[in-house]
Write a new protein. Structure first.
Lengths: 93, 206
């Protein structure tokens, strides 16, 4: 599955060599459109799967648990980092 | 905020089409090819838009520690999810959490990478949870930013926003953490953006 990483690096090289072309400014929009297409396809996968659709609130519950834990974890980690590395240098208002 | 609502609308439209129309095309294979195209364009976006000079200027050691803290905190706490949610292992929950708001990429990656080991059905379920979890994280990071700033300090709104600290959540970060935090937030967003495919791939294979 390293093909994903290879494709990103390949794209980065193409982008780097084309960086003076006007077209590069539109790449972010193209990414947004492809993301929408992908999510539409993901939606079709989910929508045609009756089991997932019937339990959507159940999945939302699990997703909320993981996302709240993730936010809490990263917030605590950044608080520790702030305490040790940032506090002395730039005084917050 | 507007773009996250639009993407959610596309997802919902797909759901609607999926449950009403009988589709004969193999959607799974089609999405793999679209994902390949997306990867190339994401790479081009990184390679073509990287303003190397301003990037290097803000690239001191302290700034590099912020995404590291974000990833470490997320991974450690998402692992707890494995104990709360009995049907998923801690590694599954970490893979979901380490999407770090990159909902599109992480959900597709998890779906593809987990399919050989869990089967299409469970992999689709976990991909759906990853999509929902990372969208919810982005929404929470935007909505709860003042509270996060109040209780966890100036860096926390950046960490909580994950990848979107550099784009969608940048205005919110500037508002609650101050203008000094903006370069940190942008570098944070870029580095998280670069590391998500690696971390998700890593925890999917464990």
């Amino acid at each position: 599955m390293h093909i994903f990483l290879i494709l990103i690096v390949l794209g980065a090289f193409i982008g780097y060599f084309l960086r003076r072309k006007k077209f590069i400014g539109k790449v972010a929009n193209i990414v947004q459109i492809i993301v929408c297409v992908l999510l539409f396809l993901l939606g079709i996968t989910v929508g045609s799967n009756k089991l997932i659709l019937d339990n959507l609130s159940y999945y939302c519950g699990q997703a909320t648990i993981i996302s709240v834990l993730s936010i809490l974890g990263s917030a605590i980690a950044s608080l520790i980092l702030f305490h040790f590395c940032f506090k002395g240098k730039d005084n917050e208002k | 905020m507007k773009s996250s609502i639009i993407t959610v609308l596309f997802f919902m439209a797909g759901c609607l089409v999926g449950c009403t129309v009988d589709i004969n095309v193999n959607v799974h294979d089609l999405s793999v090819y679209v994902l390949y195209i997306l990867m190339i364009f994401i790479g081009m976006n990184i390679g073509g838009n990287m303003d190397l000079r301003s990037f290097a200027k803000n690239l001191n050691f302290r700034t590099l520690l912020v995404p590291l803290a974000t990833i470490t905190g997320t991974v450690l706490f998402a692992a707890i999810g494995g104990f709360i949610l009995s049907q998923w292992s801690s590694f599954d929950c970490i893979a979901v959490g380490s999407g770090l708001c990159y909902y599109s990429l992480s959900s597709m990656l998890i779906e593809q990478l987990k399919e050989p080991s869990m089967g299409l059905h469970l992999a689709t379920e976990l991909g759906t949870i990853a999509l929902l979890a990372n969208i919810i994280r982005e929404m929470l990071a935007l909505i709860a930013a003042p509270l996060i700033r109040k209780y966890f300090g100036a860096l926390a709104p950046i960490s909580a926003a994950g990848m979107s600290s550099g784009d969608v959540a940048l205005n919110i970060v500037a508002k609650y953490s101050g203008k000094d935090a903006v370069p940190i937030a942008i570098v944070h967003g870029i580095l998280i953006n670069l590391s998500v495919p690696f971390i998700v791939t890593l925890f999917c294979n464990l």
